[in-house]
Ligand binder design. Structure first.
Ligand code: AGP
Length: 618
């Protein structure tokens, strides 16, 4: 979604704002802009807010800035993913009031902007955006507040806004001040070495500082070279969530790989190892954060898992693990549907929200709906200090490190591990499993990183398959039990980065309709790892082969003989240390297949069309 960075207190503010926007590019955007509070050389109060903004990529903005005279110690930058108004120069942020007194950038949606617009006297609006209305409102308030205090003016306006937003303002009245406000869209503030910072994502700031603070909903902050002051919507002093960023700048770069996606696929052994690390205290499993009574979790009698996209697929594995180990019924729900269907919730229903970013609007809304019904929420997230992590009653962090590519890979495999850990944890607190059993299972999971390294050795074979099948315009993925979530994930990976059609079905459903699609030359990818449904998968492979399909089978070392009789290609993975852990291994060949097909087709692998890394709007 939109990216924000603000800097106050350094002479080369523009240079660092542009560099920060560069680190936010992965979030997906379609225009960009900057504003510098550019006091005049004479230092008189006839300074101005210099704004430059352009549709398209950052290079367009950089071109427009070439040789410009934008100097100044305070400024804000923005990359926009259009929600209201087409992606063009006019609708790009920042936006100002008609007099150019206040400039604002915004991430999110102001849901009542039309009503607010109607309440303003007849005005000229330069853009079709909801954001511009906010600039008008704040400029109007500045005339009313004592001493033109920008923080107070913004506080009064924010109280009238509905929707999700992170807002960042500068004004002529206080050229060394940035004011920010946050509700449901992430915003980080920081102060280091006499410089104040704000950003929508730590990636924009870690070149400057790792000590940051994440604002909570309905908090505002005044940022100056002297420090950061945080208040609540009522104007009283407030505390943001301060923490140290564990990632370094290098971790956020490609480190020699052609694409972030390939780097992140190859980071999975380490990511899984890090996610499994330090999970036992005195022989007992624990969560990273718990803000509810663990005994309450022991009394749950129903679980919902809510998530979107790839994270939803990890939840499908979570269902199998929790039902198997903890003996609790689990429903897996698309987060964007959950709150609209009146789910039956009570304090004995646990809602598990899975999100890499911890900022996905629909998943946060589902968690909020659960908590409104007094059902505890447990979050499995990858970003420390994210909105979902701070909102949930319990948190299990995946430790995948920054995932930059839009197509989620290492976050997915660590989410599966997170789901397995939660399954074992719930079994433990429900006394459905002895601690020694949980410890033994956890020890078996420690074999996954080594097994993943072996799966990655398939890269060359998979690249050859990608070259062979890159022009196939429809691929069917089929699986059963732990293979089914991976079939769904494999189809999503292929379609989201290669733009080729792909679908997934429960293999047992083929005869109820989908097999009608199979004809000479069809391509079918079959998940057939060792397990209690293996023989059924062999039958399904025979069915599609008999109708002319080419079959790529994912099989397990030592049990591919039956596959060799029917499949055209076998991608052999190590036997998983537990059947429920096999998805961690079986998904990787499909990640690589999607990656190499997309590369072969010349697609923008890390920033696929129409997609954003984090969907912070409904
Ligand atoms: C998957 O490759 C996509 N990037 C997308 O489906 C993603 O998983 C989904 O938007 C959920 O994001 P989250 O995990 O950050 O909540």
């Amino acid at each position: 979604m939109c990216g924000i960075i603000g800097i106050t207190g350094r002479d080369d503010a523009l240079e660092h704002i542009m560099a920060g926007l560069g680190r936010l590019e992965y979030r997906g955007y379609d225009s960009a802009g900057v504003v510098i509070a550019n006091s005049s050389a004479s230092g008189m109060d006839d300074g101005q807010l210099d704004i430059v903004k352009r549709a398209g990529k950052l290079a367009n903005l950089a071109g427009a800035l070439q040789g410009g005279s934008l100097t100044g110690r305070t400024g804000i930058g923005h990359t926009r993913w259009a929600t209201h108004g087409a992606p063009n120069d006019v609708n790009a942020h920042p936006h100002t009031d008609p007099s150019g007194r206040v400039a604002v950038v915004h991430n999110g949606i102001i849901e009542n902007y039309q009503a607010l617009k109607a309440g303003l006297s007849e005005r000229e609006y330069a853009s079709a955006t909801d954001t511009e209305v906010v600039a008008h409102l704040v400029a109007e308030e500045l005339d009313r507040v004592d001493g033109g205090d920008l923080l107070e003016a913004v506080r009064r306006v924010v109280g009238r806004l509905e929707g999700a937003f992170s807002l960042c303002f500068v004004t002529l009245d206080a050229p060394d001040t940035i004011v920010v406000a946050k509700r449901e869209a992430p915003l980080i503030v920081a102060h280091a070495d006499g410089v104040g910072y704000c950003a929508s994502d730590v990636a924009a700031l870690i070149a400057h500082t790792k000590q940051v603070s994440a604002l909570h909903d309905d908090q505002l902050a005044r940022i100056t070279p002297d420090g950061v002051e945080v208040i609540g919507l009522d104007g009283s002093p407030a505390e943001a969530h301060s923490y140290e960023v564990s990632w370094d700048l290098a971790a956020a770069e490609k480190q020699g790989y052609d694409h972030f996606m390939l780097k992140e696929i190859h980071e999975q052994p380490q990511a899984v190892l890090d996610t499994l690390r330090d999970r036992l205290t005195d022989g007992k499993l624990h969560l990273d954060e718990l803000r509810t009574d663990e005994h309450e979790l022991g009394r749950i009698d129903k679980v919902f898992i809510v998530a979107c996209g790839t994270s939803l697929h990890s939840g499908m594995v979570g269902k199998l693990a929790i039902e198997h180990w903890a003996g609790v019924p689990v429903e897996v729900e698309v987060a964007s549907e959950f709150r609209y269907r009146d789910p039956i919730l009570n304090p004995h229903t646990l809602v598990i929200a899975i999100s890499q970013s911890g900022e996905t609007s629909d998943t946060i809304a589902a968690a909020t709906h659960a908590q409104d019904q007094r059902a505890p929420v447990l979050a499995i997230v990858n970003v420390v200090g994210s909105t979902l992590a701070r909102q949930a009653d319990g948190v299990l962090y995946t430790h995948a490190g920054p995932e930059v590519a839009v197509a989620s890979t290492k976050a997915f495999t660590t989410q599966i591990v997170g789901c397995l850990l939660v399954g074992l944890y719930l079994a433990q607190v429900r006394h459905a499993m002895y601690a020694s059993e949980a410890e033994d299972t956890l020890r078996r999971l420690q074999q996954l990183p080594g097994a993943l390294e072996k799966v990655l050795e398939l890269d060359g074979q998979i690249r050859d398959l990608a070259d062979r099948y890159k022009d196939v315009h429809y691929t069917m993925f089929i699986g059963r039990h732990t293979g089914l979530p991976i079939a769904y994930e494999g189809a999503l990976k292929l379609k989201e980065i290669s733009y080729l059609h792909a679908e997934a079905f429960p293999a047992g459903e083929m005869k109820h309709g989908p097999i009608a699609l199979i004809e000479e030359g069809s391509l079918v990818v079959a998940l057939a790892p060792e397990g209690h449904v293996f023989s059924k998968m062999v039958s399904n492979i025979q069915e599609v082969k008999a109708r002319g399909a080419s079959v790529i089978a994912i099989g397990t070392e030592g049990s591919t003989a039956a596959l060799a009789e029917h499949a055209d290609h076998i991608l052999t993975i190590p036997e998983a240390s537990h059947e429920l852990a096999s998805p961690v291994l079986s998904v990787v060949p499909l990640q690589l297949l999607a990656y190499h097909v997309a590369v072969a087709l010349g697609k923008d692998v890390d920033q696929p069309r129409n997609l954003a890394k984090t969907v912070t709007v409904e």
